[in-house]
Design a protein around this ligand. Structure first.
Ligand code: AMP
Length: 395
């Protein structure tokens, strides 16, 4: 099936062609028709399935014939990175339709956003906190919103945005179309769905499983050898762009520095960096200036770099969902990807959960040339051979 079948407006089809999309992905196939009919929708889809287009295309179609310059579609995103990416997609399509979009998030000045809003916006893609700042200052008017999209709803709840979402909902017209996308359906999300969606269509793409195109490999390793193993793997593996995940911000910085010292083109991405540094890291990773990005889970959502060949979990993530989102950065839309995960003895329970999720034992890999017998540095070893993990909340 091709995009023609949807009967999207010709200007939107020009956008689709310019993006080089030929065949709709399963989530697009299932979501675009009901969204075009004006139905509310729950999209249960993992990352990398093409869900941005699944809502931006039909929403743009809906906005086309009506008056311009008022916020008529609002997309709420949990992270700045995801908001920026969704905005970029909407702006790409908007170059053909004339629909104006904006990304609204914190960490950058409000004035420029306020000016853009004043100039006339059709589609706003916003993170909850900064959107509320604009609402309270009276610099955004949501009275004309016809379509609300709540993206990555499970993540939104993990990040504690539920009260903000409720405040935003109170500022929107009750007569509207509401679309909610989520990789998983925890209880809080289910409750919100029952409260705000009307007779929704549910579209489910796969289970909450990593993409079939990703192969998974576990590297049992002692904590003090992780960086050395990472360096050896990067040296000996044929990779394109590599995304390395660490548990803490501090560790992301340290590992990035160590790789830099070993001659890699590397950047770090973690929540303490100012917005311009985050953007520079992402831009550099996307355009190939950096081959390796060392990140905390902040980067696990939305990061859209098609050439990520390998995701390396330097530290095992906190939970299954986090694993799915991390490895969802590779193997996107049919491409093959590889996920390496370093595991220590402390990760045994997560390994069991992962194998249960994937319904198969995972390969334990060793790097032949690597010296696994290297002793821990005297100081660390003596002090805390089984040191508790670093705090998990510090992202
Ligand atoms: P998303 O899940 O929206 O983040 O999309 C993941 C990636 O798939 C992005 O790079 C999109 O540009 C790409 N993509 C989305 N839909 C299609 C399609 N129909 N054909 C090819 N690539 C697509």
């Amino acid at each position: 099936m091709s995009f023609e079948k949807f009967n999207l407006h010709p200007s939107i089809m020009s956008g689709v062609q310019a993006l080089g999309y030929v065949t709709p992905t399963p989530i697009q196939l299932q979501s675009i028709p009901p969204i075009m009919q004006g139905r509310d929708l729950i999209g249960l889809a993992q990352t990398g399935t093409g869900k941005t287009a699944a809502f931006i295309l039909p929403v743009s179609h809906r906005l086309l014939p009506r008056p311009r310059g008022r916020v008529r579609a609002l997309v709420i995103s949990p992270t700045r990175e995801l908001a920026e990416q969704t905005y970029e997609f909407a702006a790409d399509v908007g170059r053909h339709t004339g629909l104006q979009s904006i990304a609204i998030y914190g960490g950058v000045g409000m004035d420029q956003q306020t000016r853009r809003l004043r100039d006339g916006i059709d589609i706003a893609v916003a993170c909850p906190g900064r959107l509320l700042d604009h609402i309270w200052k009276g610099t955004v008017d949501l009275a004309d919103v016809e379509v609300l999209v709540i993206d990555e709803a499970d993540r939104m709840f993990d990040m504690g945005f539920l009260p903000d979402i409720r405040s935003i909902l109170r500022c929107l017209p009750t007569e509207r179309q509401t679309l909610l996308f989520s990789a998983t359906m925890p209880r809080d999300v289910r409750r919100l769905v029952e409260e705000v969606l009307r007779d929704p269509v549910t579209v489910q793409i796969g289970r909450t499983q990593p993409a079939m195109t990703v192969s998974h490999c576990l590297y049992p390793i002692r904590q003090h050898l992780k960086t050395a193993l990472l360096k050896s793997l990067l040296r000996e593996t044929d990779t394109e762009s590599v995304l390395v995940f660490t548990r803490t911000k501090h560790r992301a910085e340290r590992v990035a520095q160590q790789l830099k010292g070993a001659g890699h083109r590397v950047a770090s991405l973690q929540g303490d960096l100012p917005q311009h540094r985050r953007q520079a890291a992402l831009d550099g990773f996307r355009n190939g200036a950096f081959k390796v990005l060392v990140a905390t889970d902040i980067a696990a959502r939305g990061l859209d770099v098609l050439e990520i060949s390998h995701v390396i979990n330097y530290d095992m993530p906190d939970g299954i969902d986090a694993y799915i989102h991390r490895v969802g950065r590779t193997g996107r839309v049919g491409k093959a990807g590889v996920a390496f995960t370093f595991i220590t003895r402390e990760d045994a329970a997560m390994v069991t959960n992962l194998e249960r999720l994937l319904n198969k034992p995972l390969d334990r890999c060793t790097l032949q040339s690597f010296d696994y017998s290297m002793p821990a540095p005297e100081r660390d070893y003596a002090r805390s051979p089984r040191r508790p993990r670093e705090r998990t909340g510090a992202r």
